[in-house]
Design a protein around this ligand. Sequence first.
Ligand SMILES: Cc1cc2nc3c(=O)[nH]c(=O)nc-3n(C[C@H](O)[C@H](O)[C@H](O)COP(=O)(O)O)c2cc1C
Length: 171
Amino acid sequence: MGKHEYTRSYQDSSQHAQGNHFFVISDASVIAKLKELVQSAFAAMELREDLYKSLKNSITLSRKGNYSFCYNAPVLIVVACQKEYGNNMADVACAVENMMLAANELDLGSCYINQLKWLNEDPTLQEYLRSLGLKESERVYASVAIGYADTESGLPNRAETPRTGNEVVFV
Ligand SMILES: Cc1cc2nc3c(=O)[nH]c(=O)nc-3n(C[C@H](O)[C@H](O)[C@H](O)COP(=O)(O)O)c2cc1C
């Protein structure tokens, strides 16, 4: 893919709403503060058996005090959108996927990070995100951690994993 095509892809949004608000965070102290706030919020949550597995994992690790929701990556791109807009999460997810494809093309590792979305009504976290520029009408719907892959070659793992799900019906 050429550079131009990526530029176009970043702009994909329902009805050209283009309401995604990107926070490209490379300041280590900001990532550390987010990590601290995320850990405190999860540590205070009730750990119930019926919770989504990944959320249970976030709570368990946070209680132990060693939870890095973004894997200590040097860059975290947080994507917010209007709270009252019906396609907020879809527009944000499209942008994140496009950024992950672009990162891979640049030989960088990336990971979709849901934790800030799960905590997007947490008042302490919201207040901090506001200090970074999040508007009152916006919420965070996803983020993506970007860095060099922790592999022998330093390249992202491009091995195909066996497919176990995703039902497809051809009609
Ligand atoms: C929508 C979405 C949300 C994800 N959220 C997280 C997350 O919060 N933390 C994390 O470490 N990985 C997250 N991931 C990464 C997945 O766990 C990872 O890509 C996994 O390998 C996907 O497995 P699959 O390709 O078999 O579906 C997320 C991936 C997607 C697509």
